[in-house]
Ligand binder design. Structure first.
Ligand code: GLP
Length: 248
């Protein structure tokens, strides 16, 4: 879906999530961080404040977290989620699942997270952003991709581009923990948002490129229910004008 601007991208994405919660009040949402979904979270908060949505039965799982950052660190994804969404709506803390950046027993923590995901019946809607190198969550380009939750070494491109959120590039963690490609692909529906010229090449490769572990987002071509919502700038490198392309 090619929208006029970022605000429309955010609104369209938020509508998908709001419709999902209306249809199924105990929906399981897969959530993303980064600059892109901030507008969508603002729309969800506005909708909650207008009394149009109830998060009390909603369960969430976040895609990823930086290794080494405790939940209270301002650049941790846990902090991001509480700051932009969870503290502003009536979600129940026990229904929020975010991988910890600091832990004692890696295997035990991963097993617990994945079991919860299975016990909840899987993700109804997975929200995604995209890295300029094609990463989704923190599944970085590689000669192989990992199915389940795992720890990754961040690509140099990711560290550089995420350094805008930190004081110094040296402060950016070089490792992260992320849901794997299998967990993402298992979601019943996926919504990927992107805006701006800097994402145009990535969106072209996601939709029109070959499916390759060198560009993890290209695997979304194999998922039966994906909506890619972009602004005109992020759509500007698309070549094919397929029947399934909607300009709004
Ligand atoms: C991070 C996150 C991704 C996100 C990406 C893009 O690396 N792990 O989930 O999609 O950044 O971020 P932005 O939306 O700021 O461009």
């Amino acid at each position: 879906m090619i929208m006029d601007n970022y605000d429309q991208v955010s609104l369209r994405g938020a509508e998908e999530i709001l419709n999902q919660i209306k249809k199924k009040p105990d929906s399981v949402l897969g959530l993303a961080t980064g600059g892109t979904p901030i507008g969508l979270y603002e729309k969800l908060v506005q909708s909650y404040q207008s009394g149009n949505v109830d998060f009390s039965s909603v369960t969430t799982f976040n895609l990823d977290e930086y290794i080494g950052l405790p939940a209270e660190h301002p650049q941790s994804y846990s902090y991001f989620m509480w700051n932009h969404l969870f503290s502003k709506v009536n979600i129940q803390k026990r229904n929020v699942h975010i991988l910890p950046g600091v832990f004692n027993n890696e295997q035990e923590m991963i097993t617990r997270f994945e079991k919860k995901l299975i016990d909840c019946g899987g993700i109804d809607i997975q929200l995604l952003g995209i890295g300029t190198n094609g990463h989704i969550g923190f599944n970085e380009p590689s000669d192989h991709l990992t199915v389940g939750t795992h720890i990754v070494e961040l690509a140099y491109e990711t560290v550089t581009s995420n350094s805008r959120f930190f004081n110094r590039i040296d402060d950016v963690p070089t490792k992260a923990i992320t849901m794997g490609m299998g967990s993402i692909m298992n979601a019943k529906k996926i919504i990927l948002l992107a805006n701006g010229k800097s994402k145009a090449e990535a969106i072209n490769k996601t939709i029109e490129g070959k499916v390759s572990t060198d560009f993890p987002a290209s695997f979304l071509q194999l998922h039966p229910n994906v909506q890619i919502i972009v602004d005109r700038d992020a759509a500007s490198f698309l070549v094919e004008k397929g029947a399934n392309r909607i300009s709004v």
